[in-house]
Design a protein. Sequence first.
Length: 245
Amino acid sequence: MLAGCPFQLSERAIHVWALDLQPCDSLAAHFEPVLSRDEMERARRFRFDRLRYAFVITRGALRYLLGRYLNVTPAGIRFDYGSKGKPAVPSAAGIEFNLADSGDLAAFAFTVGCPVGIDLEQVHPLDHAPEIASRFFCAEESAEILSLPPGEREAAFFRCWTRKEAYLKAIGDGLSAPLDQFRVTVQPNQPARFLHIGHDPQAAEAWTLDDLSLAPNYAAALAYRDRPRAVSIFAIADPRELHPR
């Protein structure tokens, strides 16, 4: 399946990969050999096996995919990390990337020449969603979510959350930056976009926000600092398809 996939990025392209994690010991063992010592040390800190397996598989898959784009061996990749932990790889290709995982799904975004962030969340009942929205989102976003019929609020909450988290991951801040300092659309009939960043509508115009349909019962979003680019989505049904060349 991967043989026919293009591992070349044009200046105006973004590639998104969706991966079925299938977190288990045997699959994690398949990816462990390409991880660095510090990645394995991070993996051992997880208390629960499932989370440890998911981390190993996700980081291993990232290395295999980056290896294809950069034409290097997965184990030979060396990551630099931003102040908040966002990984990067210095290269002449100028490749930018980000990754996310939730439930049994992982997602990876690759582009060149602009910061990119991706987030996904498995949609599930969340009893305290209104309280979380009221505490962390913009007042306007929280009010819009509460104004929707009860059956639509859950999807709107996760739609808002993934759009916001994708932006914070693009700028490398994760959840350390306030979620109420920028506003996104949340209504089901509105295209994904920023309304303001730092309360500045003009700053929002420098960014693009896209929703991603990766799997049923998942919300996902992509944020990048550029005008709209062509987004291609690829799916890997079996993570074992990623293997050294």
